[in-house]
Design a protein. Sequence first.
Length: 392
Amino acid sequence: MPLDIDRLRADTPGCEHVLHFNNAGAGLMPQPVLDALQGHIVHESLIGGYEAHHAAKESYDDTYAAIAELIGAKPDEIALVENATRAWDQVFYGMPFKRGDRIITAHASYASNYLAMLQQKKRYGIEIDVIGNDEHGQVDITELEASITERTRLICLTHIPTNGGLINPAQEVGRIARKHDVPYLLDACQSAGQTDINVERIQCDFLSSTGRKYLRGPRGTGFLYVRTEALDLIEPPFLDLHAAEWVGRNTYKMAPGAKRFENWEGFVAGKIALGSAVRYLLELGPDDVYARIAEIAALLRSRLSHIDGITVHDLGLRKGGIVTFSHDKTDVRRIKIALDQAGMNTNLAVPKWARLDAEARGLPTMIRASVHAYNTEEEVEAFTEAVRRIAA
């Protein structure tokens, strides 16, 4: 059955208040997620934080199971963390780098990830091999494979960049990584919830993501996937009494599975609500949601491309729900302010967020309009008409 858009919007209180094209920033939470979040916080206020956590153990544990079901993993391969950057850093800073080691990344790398690479380059003397784009604007698979050497220790790929609709060919990268036995870390911060990220098909060893974007969970939530066979390739950069057990005066034993990458204190209500968000997506049918997002984004690109002075900057053979554009005469900051005043949420995509890609392509500051399945064709028409009017 096709998605029931009226139901989706009825389930999303924010749809009554704003036209929300900022889902790559934070999606609007559906009512079941809001209920789970608020319900647990109220329970904490009534019986105490530790006691409420214990009482909600089944719901809390189901978050691991729901995420595992969504991405084709096992529950013990999932760690619940504060955000996508913390998840990514747990892997990257846990790699035992030595001087002369090499890591491979692509132009689409997100700023926080590349800053970590630069820090480890400064700290350990590792080298960063940046792979160029192919004729479609996605990571060049042939160049990537040719760049692998005996010193290559890690491949880091951003699945969907922050500054455009491109969906990088993560599965093809995984095939090459597995062929050459090189660990593979996939940044799925933007892709979880808007496109398929089955880890068995992708063949990644590690995957990081947030809860707040296309999964429509609360802020302050994220998760890390660590393939069981890759667990001992890295050691968490820090441990606490949750991640490890102090078994002797001078010895410790790390927790089994991916939970060794967690820490004791966390946003319990948020983690329960994240599980609710993933269950909501699974109930809708992820493939239908992904198709709807791509359909609405394609319509938005088409409508924007017919406005005089507008350039749409999205590349790739496959495109997702992020649409970036600029105007040849009107400052996009002015356009965004006017859209904000009209109750239309967007964000800016500034070059420093993805500097390698922006400099290679000569990108300006752009407006980033990112749609979700609950957005409508009527909203696309209203939005593009507003852009036309503002930029005239």
